[in-house]
Design a protein around this ligand. Structure first.
Ligand code: ZN
Length: 381
């Protein structure tokens, strides 16, 4: 992984390179960035840079023996750990390394949902178990084979169970020439004991222009479509890729239809549309809700008369300016929260027909009859 192939994040890249060139590489670092920001790709590029035999001022050479192995993720001193579904108590992540390499080489911006699909485990419980913690300690106690450093990249340490504390000693007092790079999305879900022992590298979400450039230059998307996708994916390259992949699905038109039917309480039309939505596959259903969440986010900005809206693609802006007449802050926030929940349940294999009917019913109550569903009154306060 080369820095130059990672979208945007110039400030972070400069910072990482300077730590190497000034000999200030901290032995335990926490790359903290939201999904789709490229934090995993940055950690891998950083590790490759550290081990490159022919470092350039702004990137690894990409050609030396170390870089060649790094680019296939097969360098013997590069180690990974990631959430997985343990088939028994001794199962460890190394057992899934070939799927992992393949997943990352295909797409270093992958989300946990892509990884689940790769492992074919659907909604089973992922974690980083105690056997994994012990396996990591074992792997890191070896001397480096070829490079100056052994590097352990742990993706989503949020999934470390309390047994992750077994790793504290090795994070705090690592074996010589060992680097620990943790790549996380949500600091609040991390074990405090681990956070306090790492140096944090903050990775911001991408700005829209970075996402547009990526879509136009790498994915050869036309500019209008790229602008629309970039705006709706809100700096998350993973979401942008999903929207692009499923762009034959016109989320906008379907979303507008659902809102219109619910506003008018058109039962038969709602049932037909729910049938259609239920058939469109889990990834599409998740994208549909992500689209809805982003529309609600924009609607809230619109209600607040925030000028940032100027960038909205025309058809979304047109829709929001009409639809927001039926909304207020509480309603928009409530709907967004319900869409978040629906997205979560789809990911965990909920029955899509029941779920879309429930969501529609909630929308009818809220939009047509102005009633918050039971249990939601507190939002009105
Ligand atoms: Zn190199």
């Amino acid at each position: 992984m080369l820095f130059k192939n990672i979208v945007g994040q110039d400030v972070v890249k400069k910072h990482l390179i300077s730590t190497v060139n000034q000999n200030r590489v901290s032995h335990a670092q926490l790359f903290l960035g939201p999904e789709g920001s490229g934090s995993l790709a940055l950690a891998i590029a950083y590790a490759q840079y550290i081990c490159c035999y022919n470092k350039q001022p702004d990137d690894a050479c990409g050609e030396c023996a170390s870089c060649k192995k790094y680019q296939k993720l097969i360098h013997p001193d590069l180690h990974f750990s990631y959430p997985f579904f343990a088939k028994d108590k001794d199962d460890v992540s190394v057992n899934y390394i070939s799927q992992w390499r393949q997943a990352i080489l295909e797409n270093p911006y992958l989300g946990l949902d892509n990884w689940r699909n790769k492992l074919n485990v659907d909604n089973k419980q992922f974690n980083i178990n105690i056997a994994e913690s012990h396996n990591i300690i074992g792997r890191l106690s070896l001397k480096p084979f070829e490079a100056d450093y052994k590097i352990m990249i742990m993706w989503l340490p949020e999934y470390l169970v309390a047994s992750g504390n077994a790793l504290l000693k090795i994070i705090e007092e690592p074996v010589a020439k060992t680097l620990f790079l943790l790549v996380a999305q949500n600091q609040e879900l991390l074990l405090n004991t681990i956070v306090s022992r790492t140096q944090i590298v903050k990775i911001p979400k991408l700005d829209n222009q970075n996402v547009i450039n990526y879509l136009v230059n790498v994915k050869e998307t036309d500019l209008n479509k790229a602008q629309e996708i970039a705006y709706l994916s809100n700096g998350n390259l993973h979401t942008a890729q999903e929207f692009l992949e499923h762009q034959e699905n016109n989320y906008h038109d379907t979303f507008v239809k659902l809102m219109r039917y619910c506003l008018q309480n058109k039962g038969l039309e709602i049932v037909d549309l729910v049938d259609e939505l239920a058939k469109m596959g889990r990834e599409n259903q998740k994208n549909f809700f992500k689209y809805g969440i982003n529309i609600m986010r924009e609607a809230i900005l619109f209600l607040a008369q925030t000028p940032v809206l100027i960038h909205l693609p025309d058809k979304e802006l047109d829709f929001i300016s009409k639809f927001s007449k039926f909304l207020d802050f509480a309603k928009a926030e409530y709907i967004a929260a319900e869409f978040e929940k629906a997205h979560y349940h789809i990911e965990r294999n909920a029955n899509p027909k029941i779920l879309f009917l429930d969501v529609s019913l909630m929308l009818v109550k809220l939009l047509k009859f102005n009633t918050f569903p039971a249990g939601a009154q507190h939002i009105l306060v």
